[in-house]
Design a protein around this ligand. Sequence first.
Ligand SMILES: NC(=O)c1ccc[n+]([C@@H]2O[C@H](COP(=O)([O-])OP(=O)(O)OC[C@H]3O[C@@H](n4cnc5c(N)ncnc54)[C@H](OP(=O)(O)O)[C@@H]3O)[C@@H](O)[C@H]2O)c1
Length: 280
Amino acid sequence: MDKLKIAGTGLTGLVGSRIVELLGTDFDFIPITSTDMDICKPDEVNKKLYEIDFDIFLHAAAYTSVDGAEVNEEIARKINVEGTKNVFEVVTNKRKKFIYISTDFVFDGTTGNYDEESVPNPISAYGKTKYEGEKIVGKDGMIMRISYPYRARFDEKKDFVRTIISMLSSSEQFNGVTDQILTLTFIDDIAYAFKHLFQNYSSEIYHIVGGDSLSGFDSIMTIAEVFGLSKEHVGKIVYDQFYESKAKRPRNGTMISKKNSFYPMKNLRDGLGEMKKQLS
Ligand SMILES: NC(=O)c1ccc[n+]([C@@H]2O[C@H](COP(=O)([O-])OP(=O)(O)OC[C@H]3O[C@@H](n4cnc5c(N)ncnc54)[C@H](OP(=O)(O)O)[C@@H]3O)[C@@H](O)[C@H]2O)c1
């Protein structure tokens, strides 16, 4: 059987590049960089997407700086909303399948336990633009929400786990937030869960998220334990103080899935264990 052809944006990024690395033998990926096609320019999008043939379009490109989006909301909106619209319109005109990667930041974090049926209510500019992107896709594409993705290596951009490892490895004093809950997700698991969804495409929402959720502080403690790093420079801080001059993140961002019975997502300790193995 011919391999599915998956064209996509954002496949050079933190998440997308690992998907291509891990699934590159299962699918024919056609990565489209921002140099090939700026998603904010409808003419470029039209030209590029009519030139190529594909079965599925994976739209992973985004303006991803959460704090940056508060001050550059127009740029974030241009990329996350207009860019998504430009790409989505051409892909659906070509009658091809469309997948949009979204985020836990579409939720307000007041209740936690967000599943695929929970109603978004974003509290940051980034979350708002990503939710507007979701609404463009609506029921005519697949929406995959992910949360705090991390991986063993990616020099171009740090994730939560690698940021904490650097901070724990230096002797600087820093604080972990005790009353915010995060669902950290090992990107390799995201890739393998996506493999199932590429092969079993359906126009609906999926949460592809880690197997447990911990406070920021407890996540830091777990990272220190798994990597054998000292906890002595880590203090405690509360959400209101930590995010006083930053974009608001969901306070209880516990993400769960009612639908993912196809790939077992690791909890933080096991994901970190696998990451450590890959680094050794
Ligand atoms: N990282 C997270 O913590 C996180 C959490 C939840 C959800 N997500 C979502 O997951 C997806 C991937 O995130 P990521 O962290 O892997 O992204 P990333 O590393 O920040 O990379 C962003 C990607 O978007 C592309 N891009 C940006 N502007 C573009 C434009 N105007 N035209 C074409 N391409 C453009 C970039 O391409 P070039 O390099 O070619 O410029 C790059 O590949 C995003 O949709 C994000 O919202 C991320």
